[in-house]
Design a protein around this ligand. Structure first.
Ligand SMILES: C[S@@+](CC[C@H](N)C(=O)[O-])C[C@H]1O[C@@H](n2cnc3c(N)ncnc32)[C@H](O)[C@@H]1O
Length: 293
């Protein structure tokens, strides 16, 4: 195994929190298996509309990226492949490629039997291709791709490397649409400090990543991409966290059978922290649309 300083995932390794079974994730996330913010409309029920809200979000992203009907699209941190499938089945994309360091996600995606999609067990820094993409996405994965232990300067280098790597595989003018949480510099109280420490613990479902400041991303993309649009959609992720907590509460007994009490309790705490820190405006969830220069 090769280890490069600053890598978020050792080369050839898979990430730890996906050792929880797909069955558990399906219970938590619902049939769409989307693990990111969704677009709910006023008056819609949290769990009743979870899948619809997620698909609505994915479709809006496709529209913003101009990805419909194109030949080749990349999804960095593709989760369980819902975007890959939707790109090809609903939006007429010829070939959708997803990156994930999780072998179980790759196997799940292969299980769709969709010849137009492929998932690669690869961290973003290892992805190269001569066959450039028409569009790219990274949906609430950027928070996991740079380790939280890095010093600010090393972190800046990693974010720069991230945007350079994605830029290098995109056609000039191609759009890259991101959803990412960012952190505000706000007064931190004791509870928040303790909760942030919990998120960083090795056994937390969210353990590896640094949640960036928006300026870190702006600096990292400067000169490589043109900014088209930046929108703070904090509530899209906060509501998703509440919806997942609600689902978990509804079928907690089954979840405990699938994953054990300790794991379920960790997920509840993690999701609860994300929900209230977004609602209290400590974290944001920015939708960033940029175009490769
Ligand atoms: C919160 S999930 C979001 C997944 C998906 N985009 C979605 O919206 O459902 C974060 C994803 O980032 C992926 N990830 C973590 N580290 C990564 C890395 N170094 N390179 C590429 N993907 C990574 C994980 O496998 C996971 O699929």
């Amino acid at each position: 195994m090769t280890t490069v300083p600053g890598r978020s995932v050792p080369k050839g390794d898979t990430i730890r929190h996906h050792e929880v079974s797909d069955a558990f994730y399906r219970l938590l996330l619902g049939p769409t298996m989307v693990c990111s913010g969704g677009y709910w409309e006023d008056g819609e029920g949290l769990t009743e509309t979870l899948d619809e809200a997620q698909e609505r979000k994915l479709d809006r992203f496709v529209e913003l990226a101009g990805a419909a009907g194109t030949r080749r699209v990349l999804d960095v941190g593709c989760g369980w492949g819902t975007m890959l499938n939707r790109l090809t089945v609903v939006h007429g994309v010829e070939q959708a490629v997803g990156l994930t360091p999780s072998r179980t996600q790759e196997q799940f995606i292969t299980g769709f039997g969709n010849p137009r999609i492929s998932a690669r067990v690869e961290s973003w820094e290892d992805h190269t291709t001569q066959d450039l993409y028409d569009a790219a996405f990274c949906i609430n994965a950027l928070e996991q791709v740079v380790p939280s232990v890095l010093a600010p300067r090393e972190r800046a280098e990693r974010y720069r490397a991230f945007f350079s790597t994605v830029g290098a595989v995109l056609k000039p003018g191609a759009r890259f649409v991101l959803h990412t949480m960012t952190a505000e510099t706000l007064p931190v109280n004791g509870r928040l400090l303790e909760d942030l420490r919990f998120l960083r613990r090795a056994d937390s479902p969210f353990h590896a990543g640094h949640i960036p400041h928006l300026h870190e991303l702006a600096q990292a993309a400067d000169g490589l991409f043109d900014v088209i649009e930046i929108v703070n959609e904090r509530e899209s992720f906060a509501v998703a966290c509440r919806a997942w907590l609600h689902r978990l509460a509804q079928c907690r007994d089954v979840a405990v059978v699938l994953a054990g009490e300790e794991v379920v309790a960790r997920f509840e705490r993690c999701l609860g922290i994300f929900a209230y820190t977004l609602e209290d405006k400590f974290f944001n969830n920015f939708r960033v649309t940029i175009a490769r220069r």
